[in-house]
Design a binder for this molecule. Structure first.
Ligand code: NAD
Length: 477
């Protein structure tokens, strides 16, 4: 691991000064790799939220009246604006979130933000004739909902914000964003860039805490909440939105299983398995979190993974060579630390990592692989959301399927095999929103994404994603 070096961030200085509050309460945001101050975020209140919702409500009719074509044009321009400031956005994101610039991290995330904006703008959504027998002619239209709330997490703050707001905008809604209190600057900066292009009041942001999120999800003038975060908070949002019968898309926690069949070539799959688990230093909802490996290939898979793990550099995000970074916050560091420890004391074998340097600044937790761990160990059963992968041995595939389906969550899963048909048969029996075959965690703006069980409901992306940001209306006659 690298020792901290001071970093001058000239690329984003202008953007940062634009979003730094000149008056009112503000708080320091610290770099999770070094502990240095990155910037200051406003502390918005429920009163600020009221103003933001009122602005969104006032702007919505004119935004909807622009029509799909004009809205799409403006969204394409917003994507161009993101691209024009991509390096500044990536550097600020890297310093605030901790993720490295390179690898599937900060630059990749900003590229995803503009890419998803473009995809939502370009995806056609026609009127569906659902029935026509000469007498009855029924069409399905999707009308704007009105004001949409977007409440997001700290792991992919910019990309997930765009996932939430781009389809909302495209469908004629205006939005009020409540970013995570851990990563407000990245989202404030993204919104500042988008708002260089979009009309005033269309995209609003309130940088507050949980109470602001709760007020947004119970607000009578908000028609839908797009929520991405933990299952616990998702349940709170279901409750607080009940009185206004709000529409919800809930992208909640996961604890994804991967099943490795005995016919794999361990070396050929090791890199894919590794990045499926360790993307964004494991702080990814649909990352591989529990690896079930057949006894025949168990030792070879472990060995191949250790080799990859040892070769991947972790360190400060803005140092160009690193591709793994720190955990974003102390709370997350403590969760990973506790769970790896629970496996170690149970007698599991730590193959690599598991011993953080507590004297160094920042929340670095080393890349950790844990073998011979029981399926009911907390490291397996709980969502650890960090750079640790428990590897569980199985003897019969039925046993692996049962263990994979044994939790209350079901976001993603994967099956690894050289026999695609066999892998697809197993995929059909897995309880999760997505099953990847011979990869894990890849998303695409045209491929629907969502959870099963307590990982949430509603789909994002593609045509299904656009439909979920409209009110279906049947015109019959
Ligand atoms: P979190 O639930 O703690 O916070 C998410 C957001 O909810 C924050 O903005 C927070 O301020 C807000 N919030 C907290 N209490 C609230 C309340 N009562 N009402 C309204 N809003 C409230 O989640 P997190 O720790 O920021 O993110 C990590 C979690 O997110 C993990 O469980 C991860 O799996 C999940 N996640 C899921 C997806 C997905 O697509 N399914 C994607 C990314 C992250």
């Amino acid at each position: 691991m690298d020792s901290p070096t001071p970093v001058l961030e000239e690329t984003y200085a202008d953007l940062l000064s634009e979003i730094t509050p000149q008056e009112g309460e503000r708080r320091e945001i610290l770099d999770p790799a070094t502990g240095e101050v990155v910037g200051h975020a406003p502390v918005h209140t429920v009163d600020d939220l009221e103003r933001a919702v009122a602005a969104a409500k006032a702007a919505q009719p004119a935004w909807a009246a622009l029509g799909h074509e004009r809205r799409s044009e403006l969204m394409m321009q917003a994507a161009d604006a993101i691209d024009a400031k991509a390096e500044a956005l990536a550097r600020l994101l890297s310093r605030e979130q901790g993720k490295p610039l390179n690898g599937p991290n900060a630059r990749f995330e900003v590229g995803g933000a503009s890419g998803w904006m473009r995809a939502a703008a370009a995806t056609p959504l026609g009127i569906e004739v659902v029935f026509d027998d000469g007498q009855t002619h029924a069409e399905l239209h999707y009308r704007p909902i009105g004001v949409v709330g977007a409440i997001g997490p700290w792991n992919w703050p910019q990309m997930i914000t765009v996932w939430q707001i781009a389809p909302a905008l495209r469908m004629g809604n205006t939005v009020v964003i409540k970013p995570s209190e851990y990563t407000p600057l990245s989202v404030l900066a993204l919104v500042a860039v988008i708002n260089e292009v979009l009309p005033a009041g269309v995209v609003n942001i309130v940088s507050g805490g949980r109470e602001v999120g709760a007020a947004l999800s119970s607000h009578p003038d908000v028609g839908k909440v797009m929520f991405t975060g933990s299952t616990t908070t998702g349940k709170a949002i279901i409750r607080s939105s009940a009185d206004t019968v709000k529409r919800l898309t809930l992208e909640l926690g996961g604890n994804d299983a991967g099943i490795v069949l005995p016919d794999v070539d361990p070396r050929a799959i090791a890199e894919g398995v590794f990045w499926g688990a360790f993307i964004n230093t494991g702080q990814t909802c649909a990352a591989l979190k529990r690896l079930y490996v057949h006894d025949d290939v168990y030792d070879d898979v472990c060995e191949a993974l250790v080799e990859v793990a040892r070769s991947v550099p972790m360190g400060i995000g803005v140092d160009e060579q690193n591709v793994l970074g720190p955990l974003q916050n102390k709370q997350q560091f403590d969760i990973v630390d506790r769970l790896v420890e629970s496996a170690r004391v149970s007698g599991a074998r730590v193959l690599v990592g598991g011993d953080p340097d507590r004297d160094q600044p920042g929340y670095f937790y080393p890349t950790t692989l844990v073998a011979d761990v029981d399926n009911d160990n907390p490291l397996v059963a709980e969502e650890q959301f960090g750079p640790a992968l428990p590897i569980i041995r199985y003897h019969h595939v039925e046993e692996a399927i049962e263990m994979a389906n044994g939790l209350e969550v079901g976001l993603g899963a994967s099956v690894w095999s050289s026999d695609r048909d066999r892998a697809r048969e197993i995929a059909a029996r897995i309880q999760s929103g997505t099953v990847w075959i011979n990869s894990h965690g890849g998303v695409h703006p045209m491929v629907p994404f969502g959870g099963a069980k307590q990982s949430g409901y509603g789909l994002e992306f593609g045509v299904e994603g656009l439909k979920s940001l409209g009110v279906p209306q049947v015109v019959n006659g």
